[in-house]
Ligand binder design. Structure first.
Ligand code: MF3
Ligand code: CO
Ligand code: CO
Length: 268
């Protein structure tokens, strides 16, 4: 009998594959550590992109996966090397001339390809002093991601993960974005399965050792709805409320989870 994973096109990774993904994952995490000191009032998102691009290419000798990714009929490929999503931008913000100012919250999403393997991780950065609301949505999204990661072990379902995240986020009077989700990852940037950040216990794919995927909940202060800008990429909250997101890449182990984008000594 074929495993459920195979039927769904989910590629089970070997121990060697996972070590290769950890290299890419640690590199992606190191980019977030590098950029932290540069996220200051007055910097443009384009400058943050430039610094990350140069670090990935020159220091890490890796490839920034977003650059030129995802073109197709009626959509330009992503034009920059990282995503920078400020305030009410939910995800896939395009770096450019925008100047960060005191009180902004910005998600920086980094995906590095190293030796053919992907590592995908993002964090929220707070510019200067945040409002109470901004700090709250950053913290709720972070805790939601950690709760999701805490569910991961063989036998648990993707529905269990989504349910745990949704229940927590909604208990904090925030909402979970539905239109975008986590994803399988490996030699392909986005592969099966889709990892929803909402759901019902016991539903969906049953986790097996060797599965690799991201958990990356997007949490809004207001309603969950989103709107796509005409650039084909930038996703906003429909009600213009603040949004936050955190992301890690992980592998299912024999008895739990191995977070491949977490550097030794770093917090999740
Ligand atoms: N890194 C994003 C994710 O978490 C995807 C960005 S695709 C891009 O899946 F083209 F917008 F960069
Ligand atoms: Co991702
Ligand atoms: Co990402």
């Amino acid at each position: 009998m074929y495993s459920q994973a195979r039927q769904l096109g989910i590629k089970i990774k070997s121990a060697d594959d996972i070590e290769a993904m950890r290299v890419a994952g640690h590199q992606a995490g190191s980019v977030l550590n590098m950029i932290r000191e540069h996220v200051q009032p007055g910097v443009t998102t384009g400058e943050l992109d430039r610094l990350c691009h140069e670090y990935i290419v020159d220091e890490l000798q890796g490839v920034p996966a977003p650059l030129n990714y995802g073109g197709g009929p009626g959509r330009m490929p992503f034009p920059k090397s990282i995503c920078t999503s400020v305030n009410h931008v939910v995800c896939h913000g395009i770096p450019g001339e925008r100047v960060l100012k005191d009180g902004d919250i910005v998600n920086i999403d980094v995906t590095v390809i190293q030796a053919g393997w992907h590592g995908d991780t993002s964090k929220m950065f707070i510019v200067g002093e945040p409002s109470v609301k901004a700090q709250r949505v950053v913290d709720v999204a972070h805790e939601g991601m950690k709760i999701g990661i805490g569910q991961v072990r063989p036998g648990v379902t993707l529905g269990d993960i989504g349910y745990a995240i949704q229940r927590y986020v909604e208990s904090q009077r925030c909402s979970v974005v539905r239109e975008y989700c986590g994803h399988g990852i490996g030699q392909v940037f986005h592969e099966p399965p889709q990892v929803l950040h909402y759901g019902r216990p016991g539903e969906g794919v049953v986790l097996e050792p060797g599965m690799t995927f991201t958990i990356e909940p997007m949490v809004n202060v207001g309603k969950p709805g989103t709107r796509l800008l005409n650039d084909g990429w930038t996703v906003l909250t429909r009600d213009r409320s603040l949004s936050a997101q955190w992301e890690h890449t992980m592998a299912v182990t024999d008895d739990g989870v191995d977070v491949l984008t977490q550097l030794p000594g770093d917090d999740l």
